[in-house]
Ligand binder design. Structure first.
Ligand SMILES: [Zn+2]
Length: 288
């Protein structure tokens, strides 16, 4: 009996080691598998490991939108070199999260990094390496090689410092994590807000564009973004209805699940695990 238990424990440990090895291996290979995709003439997207990086190529150098993790710097540099012989001159951080601004440590030595004031403040508070030297509050623009790249602040959402990057000549936006292919994360600890998010999405939709680069996932159309905005409204309405019906905070994750709301089907994602308790508090304060 005792020996059986020991064998079971050993078998279980072996299984856990195998799972751990698989996870480590897949993380390792994902980090070595960044790929560059063409979005439009002069605009590319680097996908894999961390947030989607936008690469705007001009006759005077490249402008990057986000720079993934610290360890991705060399690979991003070689992918940029595959589409332009010129150096990266500017990096715009869409927000403070480390999978979007982690490469700043490398880029601050060779380029100017720009972010919203609140994103920089969040980086300082989080002891992040290489916060940007240049900030904006309302909007700013980079003009390089006859190309305009605008960074707009349209309100809170994923955090309180999300930049919406607009490429007017290409009718394209890069929204950082204000758009997510699977389900969004409302980072209440960094000033995120579901209510603000709906208004910010309306601001994004008011711009003239046909293609959106999300923080994670595949390119989106206007229709996709309308659907995203609508789901944010539906989730808010459902939470309000549940709270009015007497829902307690501990039951919120289970109760919010609804087959018509795809975000609530992504059970292991940041939306369910890390956004719902905060969303409960946000909506409870609204319905009081
Ligand atoms: Zn993020």
């Amino acid at each position: 009996m005792k020996r059986n238990t020991q064998l079971r424990v050993i078998a279980h440990l072996r299984w856990m080691m195998a799972v751990l090895l698989l996870v480590v291996t897949s993380v390792g290979s994902a980090q070595n598998a960044l790929t560059l995709e063409r979005v439009k003439d002069g605009l590319y997207m680097i996908v894999g490991s961390g947030g989607n990086v936008g690469v705007r190529v001009t006759s005077e150098g490249a402008i990057l939108i986000d720079d993934k993790f610290p360890q991705n710097f060399d690979e991003i540099q070689s992918l940029v070199a595959s589409v332009s012989p010129l150096p990266v001159k500017y990096v715009i951080n869409t927000h403070n999260h480390g999978d979007h601004s982690g490469g700043n440590g490398g880029y601050i030595k060779i380029a100017e990094i720009i972010a919203h004031q609140n994103a920089r403040d969040n980086m300082i508070r989080g002891n992040q390496d290489a916060p940007p030297r240049v900030v904006f509050t309302d909007q700013t623009a980079v003009y390089l090689g006859g190309v305009e790249v605008r960074a707009l602040y349209l309100g809170t959402g994923h955090t309180n410092g999300d930049a919406v990057v607009y490429f007017p000549d290409l009718k394209t936006v890069h929204t950082g994590d204000l758009l997510h292919g699977t389900a969004p994360y409302i980072d209440y600890g960094n000033g995120g807000s579901s209510r603000g998010w709906v208004g910010t999405m309306n601001g994004v939709l008011a711009l003239d564009w046909d293609t959106a680069i999300p923080g994670h996932g595949a390119l989106m159309s206007r229709r996709d973004v309308v659907g995203f905005r609508n789901q944010m409204e539906s989730v808010r309405a459902r939470m309000a209805e549940l709270i009015r019906g007497g829902l307690v905070r501990d039951d919120a994750v289970a109760a919010i699940k609804e087959s018509s709301l795809s975000w609530t089907q992504a059970e292991e994602g940041l939306f369910m695990a890390r956004s719902i308790p905060g969303l409960y508090d946000e909506i409870a304060a609204e319905v009081e």
